[in-house]
Design a protein around this ligand. Structure first.
Ligand SMILES: CCCCCCCCCCCCCCCCCCCCCCCCCCCC(=O)SCCNC(=O)CCNC(=O)[C@H](O)C(C)(C)COP(=O)(O)OP(=O)(O)OC[C@H]1O[C@@H](n2cnc3c(N)ncnc32)[C@H](O)[C@@H]1OP(=O)(O)O
Ligand SMILES: Cc1cc2nc3c(=O)[nH]c(=O)nc-3n(C[C@H](O)[C@H](O)[C@H](O)COP(=O)(O)OP(=O)(O)OC[C@H]3O[C@@H](n4cnc5c(N)ncnc54)[C@H](O)[C@@H]3O)c2cc1C
Length: 674
């Protein structure tokens, strides 16, 4: 039986859930959006972009051939780009359209079940022009890129190297006679590989290559390179470019390969904010910090924390709504089958996903603000805060992408068989988010970058030198006693810090032991990397827990009492969950007892029950329109079975009553005539 709600037929179980929600959903939406103003602005943008129906496909992407899918994605990207230029830019209050507006980025998800072939243009090509060009270069390239007169991508990774940027093989050799750089791919492994949009869409790209001038190599530098004719789009002579083939996801992003055969570009096409090559070939270093050419990657790592929080919010919305309408099993023979959301194990799978979406969303805003502060300092020539920020953005990128991918997969498990349907929306979310763990710096590699910083900070703490804010807790690592356990939120956060400090101390001790036993510093480091990754992970969890808690306390200071309660429950759930996931570590590095842990488990289970009545309200508060969810299981009205059947009937396989395969293969085989 269904019920009507605001002219919409709503599944009665969902209607009942909404009726029993005891907090003001809109207030929580404002918290998630970062304030009421942002919510209003977001809704305006969504209305303009989505109400016309331009985001909809007549036939689902999943039924199209790869070529049709790509062409459809280009078609819709062009529609969306035009909207961005004409209407959305003004609404988003930006001077230059689109760039750095997460709302515009998010709204684009209604147009693409996978991704837009323009993603790299706005995500990396434009930011690189903004971050790596001199003002003169910027004034030439930026207006053309923002107006989409040219479309670009970021081609750094090669067949042979992605992680180790210093090992890239593409060369850019300066020729002072003609004042040009000669780009060349000396080996198969030096072919650029992976850049999004490179296969068919873009006509320009940022190419990262080893710079040679006057016979000397100066390491990797970025260049802006035209690869296709601006009118015909035909690849230019000296360029070999194509698409790399089917992938787990990103199949509408035409990721490509690119090789150069002594291909010449003007000297001015080297991006010269951080280093320059003069007309006579003299190399001049401008930047104060050697790694500023890695700036676009740092920017994207920051953006990705927000990106995965959003995608996790989508997956938890789908799985929680579905769990409210799905009834299964009969634990009490005289009662109706319960909603699967009533099973505590289901709550254990799902509520941590909601809490993590909140934790990562708030951390992403905080990280973005810290990034803006670092950029402002660097404008004044001060790069002192960059190492700490690199360590922070590296670990937050690694942990947020990894946790989100894991929890999205958990949401799929929570939806049983139907979660495996493409139409549930979850497989596409998983395929997209699992790639974020790899690209823009692999998980392990980035945690090891954070570990370098932690080890140095530990040595500073040991020498009683001042520490930067995110590692100030290391100062307590030398007290000689284990941290005192207490199960208050602040107590748990202190314990997480004690774990991070304890694990870092173990790494340092082991490395010193290994070096005393004769290993080189590099080998001693290598032998300790499993523990170094664990130390960096623990550090990151302490940072997320601390930031989430502080931000929620701040943001709910003026909230209504029930909102305060439910936000506090969610934060506490997050802390209990991770404490229970790390009981072994807590026993090693804090005074926690077996009884404390048994009590904590019970407190956690009771918290799940307290959150249960508000679960649907909590995911409604993410305020994700059906167009963004692309889900038969998660739409607002909960008409799950009807939608599953409607989608099944759209399958081209159901067009004819008998498949051609019957007469071609089945019949001959069954009649013994094959
Ligand atoms: C209009 C169209 C509409 C259509 C719709 C379109 C829809 C889009 C709408 C858009 C709306 C607008 C929104 C804009 C935003 C959009 C964003 C969207 C999301 C973004 C998605 C983008 C998709 C991206 C796809 C993937 C792209 C890529 O993957 S690019 C390639 C990335 N590659 C890597 O990350 C490589 C990883 N490797 C490294 O970083 C390094 O090699 C290394 C760090 C591992 C090691 O480096 P190195 O060997 O040089 O250093 P090392 O010797 O280890 O260390 C020396 C010291 O240097 C320090 N260090 C290292 N790196 C840094 C750094 N970055 N900063 C500071 N310091 C650094 C290091 O710590 C060492 O320090 P010490 O210990 O002190 O010595
Ligand atoms: C969907 C997608 C889109 C992409 N888009 C782009 C793009 O637009 N532009 C672009 O330039 N690139 C792009 N990439 C490439 C991406 O940035 C790289 O794949 C990524 O940086 C990882 O590098 P790799 O592939 O060389 O992995 P590898 O470094 O070969 O990693 C393989 C394994 O080795 C381990 N490993 C490597 N080095 C170390 C180490 N020092 N210590 C311990 N373990 C190590 C890793 O942890 C991993 O488990 C994209 C990739 C994907 C999947």
């Amino acid at each position: 039986m269904t019920q009507t709600n605001n002219n919409m037929t709503v599944n009665p179980d969902l209607a009942m859930e909404r009726a029993k929600c005891n907090f003001n959903v809109l207030e929580v939406t404002h918290i998630f959006d970062g304030g009421e103003r942002n919510t209003l602005q977001r809704k305006k943008i969504e209305d303009v972009a989505l109400n016309s129906g331009a985001s909809k496909d007549a036939l689902g992407e999943e039924h199209m051939s790869p070529k049709e899918k790509y062409e459809n994605a280009v078609r819709k990207s062009c529609i969306y780009a035009t909207m961005m230029k004409n209407e959305l830019a003004e609404l988003s209050g930006l001077e230059s359209f689109g760039v750095s507006s997460p709302v515009i980025r998010r709204t684009a998800d209604a147009f693409f079940k996978e991704v837009s072939p323009f993603l790299l243009h706005l995500g990396m090509f434009v930011p690189t022009i903004m971050g790596q060009c001199t003002p003169e270069q910027q004034s030439y390239w930026l207006p053309r890129a923002l107006d989409m007169q040219i479309i670009g991508t970021y081609a750094q990774t090669e067949l042979g190297h992605g992680t180790f940027i210093r090992g890239l093989e593409t060369t850019a050799t300066y020729d002072p006679e003609t004042e040009e750089f000669v780009l060349h791919s000396p080996t198969l492994s030096s072919y650029k590989w992976w850049a999004g949009g490179l296969g068919k869409t873009v006509n320009y790209c940022i190419v990262v290559a080893q710079l040679y001038t006057k016979g000397e190599c100066h390491g990797t530098h970025p260049f802006i390179v035209q690869i296709r004719d601006e009118d015909t789009h035909v690849p230019l002579p000296g360029i070999k470019v194509g698409e790399i083939g089917p992938k787990m996801g990103f199949n509408t992003a035409d990721n490509g390969f690119l090789g150069f055969d002594h291909y010449r570009i003007p000297r001015e096409h080297m991006l010269m904010k951080n280093a320059q090559v003069l007309k006579d070939g003299t190399y001049v270093k401008v930047a104060r910090h050697g790694k500023l050419t890695y700036g676009t990657m740092v920017f994207v790592r920051v953006v990705l924390v927000n990106e995965v929080a959003f995608n996790l919010a989508k997956a938890s919305t789908i799985a929680v709504r579905y769990s409210a309408i799905r009834r299964q099993s009969k634990p009490k023979p005289d009662e109706v089958e319960p909603q699967i959301l009533d099973y505590v194990t289901q709550q254990h799978k799902l509520f941590i996903a909601i809490a993590t979406a909140h934790a990562l969303q708030l951390c992403s805003t905080w990280l973005w603000e810290s990034f803006s502060a670092v950029l402002a300092q660097m404008k004044g020539g001060n790069t002192d805060t960059l190492p700490e920020f690199h360590a922070l953005s590296s670990c937050l990128k690694a942990i947020s992408t990894s946790d989100s991918a894991h929890l999205i997969e958990q949401c799929r498990h929570a939806c049983g068989g139907h979660g495996y349907m493409i139409s549930s929306g979850i497989p596409n979310l998983y395929n997209f988010v699992s790639a974020t763990r790899t690209y823009e710096g692999d998980y392990t590699v980035l945690l090891l970058q954070t570990a370098r910083f932690l080890v140095k900070a530990y040595e500073q703490a040991e020498a009683k030198k001042p520490l930067t804010p995110t590692v100030s807790y290391l100062a307590h690592a030398f007290s000689g006693s284990r941290a005192t356990w207490d199960n208050s939120p602040d107590g748990i956060i202190r314990s997480f810090q004690a774990l991070a400090a304890g694990k870092t101390a173990v790494c340092v001790t082991n490395m010193r032991k290994r070096m005393r036993a004769g290993l080189s510093q590099v080998d001693a480091w290598e032998m300790s990397t499993i523990q170094l990754v664990a130390a960096a992970e623990a550090h990151c969890r302490a940072v997320i827990a601390d930031t989430y808690r502080k931000e929620i306390v701040r943001l709910t200071a003026n909230s209504s009492p029930n909102v305060k309660v439910v936000m506090d429950q969610l934060t506490t759930l997050y802390l209990y969950y991770w404490a229970l996931e790390r009981t072994g570590d807590l026993l090693m590095f804090t005074s926690v007892s077996q009884k404390d842990l048994v009590d904590l488990q019970i407190a956690y289970e009771e918290l799940l029950l307290k959150i249960r009545p508000n679960a649907v309200g909590l995911v409604d508060a993410f305020d994700l329109r059906d167009e963004l969810l692309h889900s038969t299981l998660g739409s607002y009205d909960g008409r799950v079975y009807e939608r599953l059947m409607e989608e099944a009937l759209k399958s081209p396989m159901n067009k004819e009553p008998v498949s051609d395969a019957y007469s071609k293969y089945l019949r001959p085989m069954m009649k013994g005539k094959l």
